[in-house]
Write a protein that binds this ligand. Structure first.
Ligand code: NAD
Ligand code: DAU
Length: 360
């Protein structure tokens, strides 16, 4: 049994899909169901006895402690976070609350649970084999100049956005809980993910959604900011590998060796849609590209040196951007109802009827 936090979000839900492709070990999924968490991402497991969904907040100590005591997981994979940089600029409070205070709470409850586990490796779960895997981002390293080497694990943390600062703070807490209390932690810092079930506020699903809706495709600033894109399933496989064989106390960078300026990404998506779902008026989707005011403090370039995880754990990404982006565009074309569902007021109403407002 493992506990996943934030398993109804984009990467967490993909992780659960990937996990059950490779394992029958049950998963408890603790998720607050914020705007970004959607059970529509997990309909495949609605009746599946291997998946236990619990609506809750990682900041709720009593609830988390009770879950750990009841289910006795051998590991925690911590995805839950506020994840969107633009939202962090306009409302940083929720980012501090969940990413920093929430992670602190989770660490404290986990430490208490872990300290009571048996020492003996023959029992499961046990103190020695327990793992707390913290899922983090490359944004903690700040921004790169064109001539800089991609981020290595040894780069200093220099976060620039409130989101990045909150994730850097959580990385430091996780590190400290290992050094001070001996909690067996692992941290992964990954680049930009894309793929199915991504809420249509992030660049790739937003561009697909707006293109099909005939809306502008907003390009921040000059569109020459560079990101390293990784298909989400590759990220999930990397996390499984780190959980299985990573060295406790270590951090592992995860990336696709796949740097692209935003303009290239948007043009590629437009070209794919031109082929797969031509505009009714026969014109090209790129005509919808619209340059808009830049994001404040916008980081110019991220890139990952994924050499450590490749050397130590033998992980490499399997999907290329070229094939991954076609698959992803097709997924959104085939799941228009999902997009309508997760962005609709009706879904939020259903969540509230089902679970109450949960302090929101
Ligand atoms: P997401 O916003 O799609 O999902 C976050 C999930 O966490 C949602 O299901 C939400 O309901 C849940 N959540 C939020 N606050 C919570 C709380 N207080 N208690 C319990 N659940 C809560 O995010 P994502 O893109 O899936 O990212 C998952 C993790 O991966 C985050 O920690 C993020 O920092 C990290 N990450 C994301 C990317 C990326 O490209 N999306 C890249 C690297 C790292
Ligand atoms: O690098 C990993 C990070 O990637 C994760 O930690 C974050 O959770 C995730 O949101 C992502 O952050 P970015 O800010 O890079 O992702 P976003 O999709 O918001 O933007 C990607 C790039 O596209 C960025 O340079 C901003 C730009 N952009 C974004 C949007 C939404 C646009 O030009 N127009 C847009 O409308």
């Amino acid at each position: 049994m493992i506990l996943v936090t934030g398993g109804a979000g984009f990467i967490g839900a993909n992780f659960i899909h990937t996990w059950f492709k490779h394992s029958d070990e049950p998963v408890i999924n603790l998720d607050k169901l914020t705007y970004a968490g959607n059970l529509a991402n997990l309909t495949a497991f609605r009746e599946d006895p291997r998946h236990f969904f619990v609506r809750g907040d990682i900041g709720d100590r009593e609830q988390v402690a009770a879950l750990l005591a009841q289910h006795q997981p051998r590991a925690i994979v911590h995805f839950a976070a506020e994840s969107h940089v633009d939202r962090s600029i306009f409302g940083p409070g929720a980012f501090i609350q969940t990413n920093v205070v929430g992670t602190f709470n989770l660490l404290e409850i986990t430490r208490d649970y872990w300290s009571r586990l048996p020492e003996t490796a023959s029992e499961s779960p046990n103190k020695q084999d327990f793992r707390f895997l913290h899922v983090s981002t490359d944004e903690v390293y700040g921004t790169l100049k064109p001539e800089d080497h991609p981020f290595r694990e040894t780069n200093p943390h220099q976060p620039n956005s409130p989101y990045a600062a909150s994730k850097a703070a959580s990385d430091h807490l996780v590190r400290a809980w290992h050094h001070t209390y001996g909690l067996p932690v692992l941290t992964t810092n990954c680049s930009n993910n894309y793929g199915p079930y991504q809420f249509p506020e992030k660049l790739i699903p937003l561009v697909i959604h707006n293109a099909l809706a005939g809306k502008p495709l907003p390009i921040y600033g000059d569109g020459m900011q560079v990101r390293d894109w990784l298909h989400v399933e590759d990220h999930c496989l990397a996390i499984m590998r780190v959980l299985e064989a990573g060295r406790t106390g270590e951090t592992y960078n995860i990336g696709g060796w796949n740097e692209k300026p935003n303009l290239d990404v948007v043009r590629t998506i437009c070209a794919v849609l031109d082929r797969e779902r031509p505009r009714p008026d026969g014109r090209d989707y790129v005509e919808q590209m619209t340059f808009v005011q830049d994001r404040p403090g916008h980081d110019r370039r991220y890139a990952i040196d994924a050499g450590k995880i490749e050397r130590e754990l033998g992980w490499r990404p399997e999907e290329t951007f070229e094939s991954g982006i076609v698959k992803t565009a097709r997924w959104y074309l085939d799941h228009a109802a999902w997009v309508a569902d997760v962005t609709s007021g009706a879904y939020r109403q259903w969540v509230e009827q089902q679970y109450g407002t949960h302090g929101e």
